[in-house]
Design a protein around this ligand. Sequence first.
Ligand code: IMP
Length: 199
Amino acid sequence: MRKILFATNNAHKIQEAQYRIGSIFQVISLKEVGINETIPEPYDTLKENASAKSQYIYNKLHQNCFSEDTGLFVEALHGEPGVHSARYAGEQARDTANLEKLVHKMYGKENRKAHFSTIISLIMDGKEYFFEGHCKGNIVEIANGKMGFGYDPVFKPEGSEKTFGEMDIDEKNEFSHRRKALDLLIDFLTRITPKENLS
Ligand code: IMP
């Protein structure tokens, strides 16, 4: 089976990608190629951060790879936490602290609208390509569900009665920003590399 290196060590992201594209590509994590470090995301846009991660790995390993950056954009908070979603409650903040901060800031807010956005940067033979996916929904008042990761327990996508935190990966993938971006990536990869091994 063809392989593709996903420049992340986030096990949830790897799993979501593997579920989505596993029948076509084997998704390889950074850990599997011996890289355990967290790659910095110093920029103010998802696109620049996604690009920085894939460029870093491509330059280090000289291997085709993709990375992604995701943010949750909440209308009532003027787009917060946005590109700073991973560090919302501080530089070293964990998912639970970020989630608690968001629930607190949304207390009493009438407008609950939000969306997730994902930008994928693929570097193939030195050329870079971008793919994006979005998912509209609402922030619930009380976190619900233990599945998924990050802000999943407070995000209810449009068209669903459940939060992402209450969904298994297949259900989340019906709606998810990441799955939509991955679909475009797969479409591209299967069109331009029908026979090659990507890894
Ligand atoms: P990053 O893309 O790894 O920088 O993630 C940014 C922040 O958003 C982190 O706090 C993640 O936990 C969170 N996040 C990323 N993707 C998702 C998702 O699909 N659901 C919920 N939270 C997410």
